[in-house]
Design a protein around this ligand. Structure first.
Ligand SMILES: Nc1ncnc2c1ncn2[C@@H]1O[C@H](COP(=O)(O)OP(=O)(O)O)[C@@H](O)[C@H]1O
Ligand SMILES: [Mg+2]
Length: 292
């Protein structure tokens, strides 16, 4: 039986649970927010057959064949935050000792939440990353923008819009607080590739918008990546301690794949609809597989 640990208000978790229902796969929901607010848990390290997590459903952890984790905190008060932290600390310790496939194990070694370090890591691993600059120096930013079309982007993994930037916008930026991340703009299609274990499932989008996610009319198709790139993504995903990752690319007119980022907790439901549930099928097959 698969365990799905997250919160029911997360559409991605609901999507995965729905795909499990459609596939006739048994699963248990560990609604971590509900457990943290009103529930109970017993977690031992090393694990014990009586260990459980109980919200509206009581889940014996020993019954699980695999665990899909999307811990998203949606509490408010300090006491909710403290209970959430206690639950997650316990669960992480339990997972560390468990002989169970976890997608994704907490604490995986990846740097997506700080983009400059993330880009350096991707480049060092052989991916082609657009040149970028993080600076609060208006002169350096102006010099970067003068070199060619540029976008400005969020620095952390927090969801925000990437936008085109031109020299005339700099005055406003110079007055803003903190550094700005600018990046060489790549024109072309977008590709989102999901790695699940050693499988790669990719979709390609053609759009006139800078960020295709805001374009409902973007053309979309399931595609096969060049095999060397696919192999590199599988290796680089595993090297970050991840089993499941969502890789973003721009593909230019020469068919060069420019890597934008590797998402360690991909909100993949939108892409799964494009590829007819292929990502969920791969996740289900991994999470139900007998461990060696
Ligand atoms: N250098 C770039 N050139 C052109 N488009 C970009 C560039 N960087 C980002 N984008 C567009 O913005 C989207 C979001 O950027 P991304 O780096 O994936 O950050 P996030 O998904 O965290 O917002 C990309 O999928 C792409 O469509
Ligand atoms: Mg992205």
């Amino acid at each position: 039986m698969i365990g799905i640990a997250g919160t029911k208000v997360d559409p991605v978790m609901v999507h995965f649970a729905t795909r499990c229902v459609l596939s006739g796969i048994e699963f248990a929901v560990l609604d971590l927010m509900e457990v943290a607010l009103d529930g109970e848990w017993r977690l031992s390290a090393p694990g014990d057959p009586d260990d459980f997590v109980a919200g509206s459903e009581t889940v014996r952890l020993g019954d699980l064949t695999g665990l899909y984790m999307r811990p998203i905190y949606v509490g408010r008060t300090p006491s909710e935050a403290a209970r959430w932290q206690g639950l997650l600390d316990g669960l992480h310790a339990w997972i560390d000792e468990a002989d169970l496939l976890v997608v994704n194990r907490p604490g995986a070694n990846q740097l997506n939440s700080y983009k400059p370090a993330h880009y350096a890591w991707l480049t060092a691993h052989g991916l082609c990353v657009p040149s970028s600059l993080l600076s609060s120096d208006p002169d350096r930013l102006a010099a970067f923008i003068a070199e060619g079309p540029t976008v400005v982007k969020p620095i952390s993994g927090v969801r925000a819009r990437t936008r085109a930037i031109e020299a005339c916008h700099l005055e406003r930026l110079a007055a803003s607080e903190g550094p700005v991340l600018v990046q060489q703009r790549i024109d072309g299609d977008d590709v989102r590739a999901h790695v699940v274990g050693d499988e790669v499932i990719a979709c390609r989008f053609s759009s006139t918008e800078i960020d295709y996610r805001s374009d409902r009319h973007a053309e979309r198709a399931v595609v096969e990546l060049p095999s060397e790139l696919a192999q590199l993504l599988v290796t680089a995903t595993a090297e970050q301690g991840l089993t499941f990752a969502g890789w973003d690319f721009k593909v230019d007119a020469d068919e060069t794949y420019w890597c934008l980022e590797c998402n360690p907790m991909p909100g993949y439901s939108f892409y799964d609809r494009v590829c007819h549930g292929g990502v969920s099928t791969a996740l289900i097959s991994l999470l139900t597989r007998e461990q060696d």
